[in-house]
Design a protein around this ligand. Structure first.
Ligand code: BGC
Length: 405
């Protein structure tokens, strides 16, 4: 039998554009209207209206925290014009969570930008981060009394690579130089945002907040032993898993480490090109593992290994995302259970994990993959907007309630 601490944070996550619907002022919406993406987000899960109903489900499922993002393009739909109705909306969201005994964990950037910010050049321009920082300051001043946990930026490297290297997400660029610039700009933005947030709490004589990013970690494994594969493994682990976090640690701007973990990346490099070293994975299904519906390898042990490798940083760790898209709900439960067990194993070896957040509370808009992948603890019928709680969610609720697995 396994026991989690009583104050352990247990919940699920969403992000604004993926669930709210009608985010008409952001760059994703603009790209969707141009038809350059597989599907348009449209009204998504209508969570902007139905949030309270969705939080009632989270409460019923014994969640004691909830991670969500505030949509910058709603708060500042035009440059310098802040929408008071949107600000009041998110205040209600936070209060609704609190009234249910659910701790809000607030993300400030989760892949979408106001269209005006993107038109000015977006994250590729260093000087534009002042606009993001102004938004951060505004938001944190509004909600500091109600929020303890902040995530400035979700998966900086996933954003910079998908938007500026792989050409998959707006603005659909393919430039290593721009990717590096955006990544650096995001790191600088976090560092500045960290100080802004802390100053607001200090000026208001409030208890110190907990500020971090949500870093996407992958369990890199070598397919076949070769020099190329070893070099690629080393490069990827350093570059994708450690480099960004270590920059922020060096500046002492992480109060905890937020980790998003999904699975394994099986390194299989065929030539010495940089692209291959950084991106190529095994295409032959060597060392086969169970997969999610997008074909990603399920590898719970990877979470354990990564958590242990983060022990040296001596900071609390929050699993800010872990989840599976599948139509097989038994597999979803196996996935969750096995990851909880691996996380617990790491905790027994003195890794200080303070929370586990499943991705996602409800099925949602999976970016360039559209609505087909089903990550939710709760099934969403997009035609009727009906929510149906999955069995895996009930099983997880039991663990959240008893803190025993
Ligand atoms: C992101 C989410 C996304 C999920 C599943 C994470 O990379 O933060 O927005 O839906 O993984 O792909």
């Amino acid at each position: 039998m396994i026991n989690f601490p009583h104050d352990f944070l247990c919940g699920a996550a969403t992000s604004a554009h993926q669930v709210e619907g009608d985010n008409i002022h952001n760059d994703w919406w603009a790209a969707e209207q141009k038809g350059v993406l597989k599907e348009a987000s449209g009204c998504a899960c209508r969570h902007y209206e139905l949030y309270s109903q969705d939080f009632a489900i989270a409460q019923e499922l014994s969640h004691n925290c909830h991670r969500f993002s505030i949509e910058w393009s709603r708060v500042e739909p035009k440059e310098g014009i802040f929408d008071t109705a949107a600000i009041e909306h998110y205040r209600k969201v936070i209060k609704d969570l609190r009234s249910r005994g659910i701790e809000p964990i607030v993300t400030l950037f989760h892949f979408t930008n106001p269209a005006w910010f993107a038109q000015k050049g977006g994250w590729v321009k260093f000087k534009l981060k002042k606009y993001f920082l102004r938004f951060v300051e505004k938001i944190v001043k509004e909600y500091a009394h109600e929020v303890k946990f902040w995530i400035t930026i979700n998966e900086p490297l996933v954003y910079s690579s998908h938007s500026y290297l792989l050409g998959a997400w707006p603005p659909k660029k393919c430039s290593l130089f721009q990717t590096a610039k955006v990544t650096l700009n995001l790191a600088q933005a976090h560092i500045k945002a960290y100080h802004i947030i802390h100053k607001i709490y200090q000026d208001g004589s409030l208890a110190k907040p907990y500020v971090s990013i949500a870093a996407n970690l992958q369990a890199f494994e070598i397919c076949q032993k070769s020099v190329k594969n070893r070099v690629a493994f080393y490069l990827r682990h350093k570059l994708y898993n450690l480099y960004f976090i270590e920059q922020l640690l060096h500046k002492r701007t992480l109060d905890y480490i937020g980790i998003n973990y999904y699975g394994r990346n099986l390194v299989h490099v065929e030539d010495w090109s940089l692209r291959s070293l950084l991106l190529a994975t095994c295409k032959y299904n060597h060392h086969p593992l169970r997969k999610n519906s997008l074909g990603w390898d399920i590898y719970p042990e990877g979470l354990y290994k990564l958590l242990l490798s983060f022990k040296k940083y001596h900071l609390p760790i929050m699993i800010t995302e872990n989840g599976i898209c599948t139509h097989d709900d038994d597999l979803r439960w196996d996935y969750i259970r096995e990851h909880l067990l691996q996380m617990h194993k790491a905790m027994q070896e003195e890794v200080k994990v303070i929370g586990y957040i499943y991705w996602s509370l409800i099925d949602n808009f999976e970016w360039d993959k559209g609505f087909t992948p089903r990550f939710g603890l709760v099934d969403v019928d997009y035609r009727s907007q009906k929510r149906i709680i999955r069995q895996s969610a009930r099983k997880l609720a039991e663990v959240f309630k008893t803190k025993i697995i």
